[in-house]
Design a protein around this ligand. Structure first.
Ligand SMILES: O=C(O)COP(=O)(O)O
Ligand SMILES: [Mg+2]
Length: 225
């Protein structure tokens, strides 16, 4: 059973937003402009979650691991960043239950923040264009601090900002990076079953609870000790 938290931090890609359609469009258009083959949505879905730099590198080498040539990477990054600036939310949407869940959390007086590995120049427009930016009292992006998830620093930074002890904090995410960051920060962790976890069932990472919709957070926290 969960302990009642005072602060809740929520991940973006795969948790609040299905962003893979825009990320796939930008990845495949970038590949095309470089004269390379498109990678397609299934691969991009597995590659999301460790920031834009890793996504571009994975697309270039067509693998989770590995480093492309530096020149090629620089060219690709310039193309991708320009494309994603124009295609941040065109094809992306909130998952069902997200508005309901966020509204309930706010109505209950939880301190709510956002912690994503997405670069900040894209996080703010995305959350704004999808109409949910005002739910968050703090937004920590992949480039806000020197470290990103799975490092605990972004989570601890938010806890410190609110003056809340890690034991009174809950992370909500979709990937093994969220679980690792939460465990390292001594936060509780709830995951969404539908997100992007590099093609692996998030239950394998043993979060404290797994839910199928953010709207289910209401029942979960109503039963918290
Ligand atoms: O990889 C990214 O750019 C963002 O992923 P996240 O929002 O799930 O942290
Ligand atoms: Mg995610």
């Amino acid at each position: 059973m969960l302990k009642q938290p005072e602060m809740i931090l929520i991940d973006v890609d795969g948790t609040l937003v299905d962003s893979v359609p825009d990320l796939t469009f930008c990845t495949d258009t970038m590949m095309e402009q470089l004269g390379l083959p498109p990678r397609g949505e299934n691969k991009v879905r597995q590659w999301v979650g460790n920031g834009v730099e890793r996504l571009i590198k994975r697309a270039l080498v067509d693998n989770m691991e590995g480093e492309p040539e530096e020149d090629l990477y620089q060219k690709a990054e310039t193309i991708f960043l320009a494309l994603y600036a124009d295609n941040t939310s065109k094809r992306s949407h909130l998952y069902p239950g997200v508005n309901e869940g966020l509204a309930w959390l706010k109505s209950q007086g939880y301190r709510v923040g956002c912690v994503t590995n997405k670069a900040s120049q894209f996080t703010y427009p995305l959350l704004t264009e999808l109409g949910i930016i005002d739910y968050f009292e703090i937004v920590i992006s992949g480039d806000t601090l020197p470290e990103k998830k799975p490092h605990p620093a972004p989570l601890l930074h938010a806890a410190n900002h609110f003056g809340i002890a890690p034991e009174k904090a809950l992370m909500i995410g979709d990937s093994i990076s969220d679980v690792k960051a939460a465990r390292a920060a001594n936060f509780q962790i709830v995951c969404l079953s539908y997100g992007y976890n590099h093609g692996v069932d998030i239950r394998d990472s043993q979060p404290d609870s797994v839910i199928d919709s953010l709207a289910e957070i209401k029942n979960l926290l109503s039963q918290a000790a």
